[in-house]
Write a protein that binds this ligand. Sequence first.
Ligand SMILES: Cc1ncc(C[n+]2csc(CCOP(=O)(O)OP(=O)(O)O)c2C)c(N)n1
Ligand code: SF4
Ligand SMILES: [Mg+2]
Length: 284
Amino acid sequence: MEEQDKFCDYLSGVNPVWCPGCGYYGILGALVEAFVDLKLPSKELALISGIGCASRLPYFVKSYGFHGIHGRALPIAQGVKIANPNLTVVTVGGDGDGLAIGGGHFPHVARNNVDLTYILFNNAIYGMTKGQFSPTTTLFSSTKTSPFGLTGEALNPSALAIVYGASFVARGFSVKKEQLKDLIMQGIRHPGFAFIEILSSCSSFNTTDMNVARLLKAIDTVPADHDPENPVEALRLAGDESKIHLGVLRRSSRPSLEDRFQEIEKKAQRGKSHGIDSLVRQFA
Ligand SMILES: Cc1ncc(C[n+]2csc(CCOP(=O)(O)OP(=O)(O)O)c2C)c(N)n1
Ligand code: SF4
Ligand SMILES: [Mg+2]
């Protein structure tokens, strides 16, 4: 009962408007359980999103929230983190939001190692706009915008995150709640940019690619002896076409953007005391 109360402490009271059977309910449950276990005070948490069914999530959680515009969740989240480094910033959004219109932001937030967690809900479809193909829809799939079969190859979000230099990359599945909660907790604790791809069904518009029974047969846990510090091995697992590996694929340690800002600030301060005047005089 006490656990139930703690869970409810993080719910805003706004009921999710997702379709019955949508995988996102499982993700919301895992996310809130992770907040409970991390004992994260609501007032120290900011949930930032773009536009889409996934991006509605901040409404349902009691925290600071920003429901942004399509594809722009990451730059907003980076701004929030820089303005208030004490906040735990969690960004949520769909595969369309993050990899189509927002695809230009992802590499830069990853390579700069901004200290935030980015959770990408991958249902391989544009759910909110009723079933157009997305950058992760499988080749030859029939969708509202590819009735005779899709001609483009699908992007692999976790593999992209590794190549972009994300310092933490994990993959989960909406129906594997305990594992998902653990991955989210690890991502939030990670100092630097943490990317978590979550496979999810869209019960209304994608029950083929993201069919739960099919995925349950295709998944496997990352091998116990996998070394996430090895980027080549991480990429091999992320891109394995014979199995979909769930777990932590990549983990590395390097200064975050905020750490680098502090270094720069110190250098600038030293510059001042050594005489900005002499520098200005060079241009006189
Ligand atoms: C600039 C702009 N272009 C297009 C849209 C229409 N739009 C809203 S949500 C969406 C795609 C949502 O798909 P995804 O990000 O995968 O989220 P899901 O609904 O599947 O969770 C699109 C194209 C928009 N809101 N703004
Ligand atoms: S359209 Fe798909 S992603 Fe959106 S709420 Fe319904 S089932 Fe979920
Ligand atoms: Mg989607």
